[in-house]
Design a protein around this ligand. Structure first.
Ligand code: 13P
Length: 250
């Protein structure tokens, strides 16, 4: 039985004070959940989140890192630096990074390898654009992103991975994928993992749906066989709605 994983991606929002207030209010509300709850905060909030999360059941995540171990990479942050501040998860390959910062699936593979070496779990994002969706290319785009992003990873690593299927046209648009589409694509992700590795690895990997997940639609996604959680942007920024999302997950 895969444990459900509900992750908030705060993107470029929230100052340290907001982070502390959020966690102080939110943590007691989800203390009894059986799900894994993760907050992926901006770099500048990590230190504050790390300390405020102490003694809670919420896990700390970041939104990016560099694939090299260390060196002359001005402005970059390494996996080891994140690990030293309590980070347990890092989002890689988010469509906003692929689009604005030219992050490729090859970068994702290198980042995932580095994260596993630092004992951090990657949350690998994949998903198609609206034009690709309209052209019926979803399966091709998603399976190619998975194949290229998992290059060089062992089955043991992949079985510990979280993969988020996030159709780009559903991110921040309020236009979420219908349940059938979301389940079909998450199943495709699992089948791609199975074809690259084996059944046990595919059964172990946790797959999230992301893209305009809200308290009023999360239940139907979570009822799907191949959807093991959600990656949530906008609705994770408010204590009430993020709590509702965790509560609605069964
Ligand atoms: P929204 O939930 O705001 O659509 O964002 C989804 C997302 O990009 C999470 O990574």
């Amino acid at each position: 039985m895969r444990k459900k994983v509900i992750a908030g991606n705060w993107k470029m929002n929230m100052l340290p004070g907001d982070t502390i207030n959020f966690i102080e209010q939110f943590a007691p509300l989800v203390k009894d959940t059986e799900h894994e709850v993760i907050l992926c905060v901006p770099y500048t909030d990590i230190f504050y989140a790390w300390h405020t999360l102490e003694g809670t059941n919420i896990h700390l995540g970041a939104q990016n890192m560099h694939w090299e171990e260390k060196g002359a990479y001005t402005g970059e942050i390494s996996a080891e630096m994140l690990k030293s501040m309590g980070v347990e998860y890092v989002i890689i390959g988010h469509s906003e990074r692929r689009e604005y910062y030219a992050e490729t699936s090859a970068h994702c593979a290198a980042k995932a390898k580095r994260l596993f070496a630092a004992d951090i779990t990657p949350i690998l994002c994949v998903g198609e654009t609206e034009a690709e969706y309209d052209a019926g290319k979803t399966a091709e785009v998603v399976s190619t992103e998975i194949k290229e992003s998992l290059e060089g990873l062992t089955s043991d690593e992949v079985s510990r991975l979280v993969i988020a299927y996030e159709p780009i046209w559903a991110i921040g648009t309020g236009k979420s994928a219908d349940v059938e589409t979301a389940e079909k694509c998450c199943k495709l992700v699992r089948e791609t993992v199975k074809s690259l590795y084996d059944e046990a690895t595919a059964e172990a990997v946790r797959i999230q749906y992301g893209g305009s997940v809200k308290p009023n639609n999360i239940k139907e996604y979570m009822a799907c066989e191949d959807i093991d959680g959600a990656l949530i942007g906008g609705a994770s920024l408010k204590v009430d709605s993020f709590k509702e999302l965790v509560d609605a997950t069964k």
